[in-house]
Write a protein that binds this ligand. Sequence first.
Ligand SMILES: [Zn+2]
Ligand SMILES: [Zn+2]
Length: 112
Amino acid sequence: MSEILPRCHGCGAAAGEVHDRVCDVARCRATGLQWVTCAHTAASSVPHERDVWTGRWPGEEDCERLGWYVCLEPGRGWVPCDATDAGAEPDLNRLFAEAVWDAPSGHWVPKS
Ligand SMILES: [Zn+2]
Ligand SMILES: [Zn+2]
């Protein structure tokens, strides 16, 4: 299940603090992608800055809002499921495949 983490696993930032420059958990506010691997060249309405640690793994809250979850089923692998199912995990793969980063709001939104 998704959990609240008081401090970032990558850099130790507390909730509400900006990640360290070398933190691999930090996401770029302009692209929603990993900050350390972002080329920071894509045109964007918000600057290419590191985001803040929210206490949640990046993308988890978006999966929660969209109701996108998967469960590991023996012999089948990860299959879509409901948030209330046992072992439900946020479906981050679906998020990156079927949603686009909305920089002004800082959320992933479904492709229209
Ligand atoms: Zn961090
Ligand atoms: Zn960037």
